[in-house]
Design a binder for this molecule. Sequence first.
Ligand code: HEC
Ligand code: HEC
Ligand code: HEC
Ligand code: HEC
Ligand code: HEC
Ligand code: HEC
Ligand code: HEC
Ligand code: HEC
Length: 439
Amino acid sequence: MGLIRCMAGGLLLIGLVMFALCVPAEGYAGEKVPSCVKCHSKVTPGIVSDWKNSGHSEEGVICSDCHGDKHSGRKTVHLVQFPDEYTCGECHEEQLNQFLKGKHSKGWVTLIAIPVTHLEPDELIEGGKGCGGCHSMGIKPPEEKERLKKMGVRYQNNSCDSCHTRHLFSVKEARNPRACQQCHMGFDHPQWEMWSSSKHGTRWFAKARGNLPKDALAPTCQDCHLPGGTHENHTAWGFCGVRLPLPEDKEWAQDRIVILKALGILNPITGEATERMEIVKSLDMARLTNAAWVQERKRMLSVCKKCHSLSFAKKQLQMGDSMIRKADRLMAQAIEVVAALYRDGILKKPTGYSFAYPDLLYFMRTGGGRLDQASHIDQMLLKMYLKHRMRTYQGVFHASPDYAYWYGWAMMTEDLVKIREEVSILRSVKAREMKNENK
Ligand code: HEC
Ligand code: HEC
Ligand code: HEC
Ligand code: HEC
Ligand code: HEC
Ligand code: HEC
Ligand code: HEC
Ligand code: HEC
């Protein structure tokens, strides 16, 4: 089509005019390249430079393909459109569809579903300076877009620029494990730290420096989690490590029930599912059938198998599974002693809680956001769950002995001892108070 139009144009016009007609058919729409780029070479020179170095500019994808053409200067800045994932999907349908099936597409809605989110400063959530800076990864449904607009939030519309960042949108950048680092690090998911200090990671760095042959084996996050260039990401256990149905092992099943109660997914009194169970299901936060779990495990093993024996790899992952079981044992004991404080009235039910029971989804804002009703012991429980339990098994899965032991398991045992000690202090304080009241 472009060629035909070009040839037809060539019959009528010559020189520059022909060139101007030739290109527009595909990309450079009319004089838009000159106007956006010309003006923005002064207004935002860095962005123009990155765009010029991108595959997009090479292929004639221009500013207005993503930002619309309604704005043309300082007075019309409010008319600029910011592209969401579907805008990218107009030209990259395959990647969009894979992304929509994976967990990354749920990052924003998951954030919004957690009670603590609504207690934290807007800057950190909607503004993207804290939780929202990582959970901007994900589709924002129309009602969320509307809400953000009303709050005056203009940016955070796109997740596709999380790994290949704007305006280079480089594939090479996305293949580098550093592309994952900003989000997969720190408190409760230190995958970057674990991987980069493991033999998998250290080999990758040695290779990147040229100290190992170019085809030396050194798996990256992408090799294991986005194999074959897919944009669909899923793991067997997921973040929470609480798959359903409950395990056959009776003790483990009981421990998991206790954890599910502390997550507010099961009613601590009746043991029935609460409305949070529906959220967990709809947001794909846990594998819900054994088959779904096995499918993900197989997918992972098929990656390990490229470099290790299947039996070696299976054994490594089984040790991760059984560390979840052992971590759950410690966790359930800690939850139960704290829950008993609520039962015996030593800790009062905060107004924001649904039950007189610990609620881990308030994160460090125990007390349902009322810091005057919060308790240190609930905070210790949260750290044990979110920081140390995660590290225990994530460390095993990422071949990081130090995270699995010192930052994970060892800290869980410390947490349990500290929690028990604080429980006994709280109980004796209460006993003394009662004695004084009775005098
Ligand atoms: C005559 C100059 C001019 C032209 C032409 C122009 N812009 Fe702009 N644009 C600006 C100025 C000035 C700003 C505000 C910059 C700032 O906030 O520092 C801006 C802002 C923007 C922003 C950021 C908006 C924000 O809220 O941060 C985008 C995106 C943008 N322009 C895209 C385009 C596109 C696409 C075109 C072509 C269709 C275009 N511009 C044409 C001058 C221009
Ligand atoms: C392939 C799509 C695409 C193209 C082409 C594109 N942009 Fe953007 N641009 C984005 C995305 C995505 C964002 C971030 C949107 C958000 O955060 O909501 C963005 C944000 C911006 C911003 C505001 C953020 C900032 O860092 O200041 C400016 C200004 C901007 N673009 C200018 C341009 C200009 C000028 C061009 C052409 C030279 C251009 N863009 C081409 C996708 C594109
Ligand atoms: C108007 C069509 C169009 C839109 C809209 C578009 N792209 Fe592209 N994109 C292309 C074309 C054409 C190429 C170059 C062909 C290729 O390399 O596959 C490309 C290439 C890419 C590449 C590979 C670059 C490289 O290093 O090889 C990435 C990554 C990419 N786009 C991401 C995005 C993202 C993210 C968005 C949305 C913010 C987006 N694209 C929007 C057409 C588009
Ligand atoms: C540094 C980036 C970052 C920050 C800050 C962050 N998160 Fe996350 N969050 C992640 C990543 C990455 C995952 C997935 C981790 C994994 O699977 O190991 C995740 C997972 C989650 C999950 C579980 C999702 C699932 O499907 O299992 C919830 C819920 C969550 N975050 C809520 C929050 C809340 C609430 C905050 C702020 C109070 C927050 N996050 C702050 C990056 C972040
Ligand atoms: C979690 C990180 C991540 C996110 C988020 C992400 N990508 Fe990618 N993208 C990658 C990686 C890694 C590659 C390189 C794949 C490979 O090795 O071929 C890639 C490659 C691409 C390519 C080039 C494909 C090719 O074969 O040249 C396009 C186009 C692309 N992504 C579009 C998108 C779009 C559209 C979105 C949003 C719906 C998106 N990406 C979100 C990591 C990501
Ligand atoms: C050698 C393969 C491999 C590499 C490399 C790897 N992972 Fe993993 N990852 C795994 C395995 C195995 C699991 C656990 C899967 C399961 O649930 O059975 C996992 C789990 C995860 C999870 C879910 C929560 C958890 O940690 O258990 C996230 C998120 C994750 N990895 C991110 C990353 C990131 C980011 C990198 C790079 C910094 C990375 N991984 C490197 C194999 C790998
Ligand atoms: C902008 C932040 C961000 C970046 C960059 C990012 N992720 Fe994530 N990732 C998240 C969040 C948030 C979640 C949790 C989404 C949810 O379930 O709600 C997540 C979830 C995951 C999971 C799913 C774990 C599970 O629950 O099964 C894997 C695997 C993963 N990411 C791998 C990667 C890899 C590999 C990269 C780099 C190529 C990467 N991520 C880059 C934010 C990010
Ligand atoms: C791209 C190749 C590659 C992939 C894929 C890969 N590994 Fe490795 N792995 C290596 C190399 C190379 C080493 C370091 C040399 C060695 O110890 O064999 C290593 C080391 C390890 C180690 C520590 C060394 C030891 O002997 O205890 C463990 C554990 C491990 N891998 C588990 C896995 C698991 C589990 C998977 C799949 C989730 C996996 N690896 C995927 C290449 C790979």
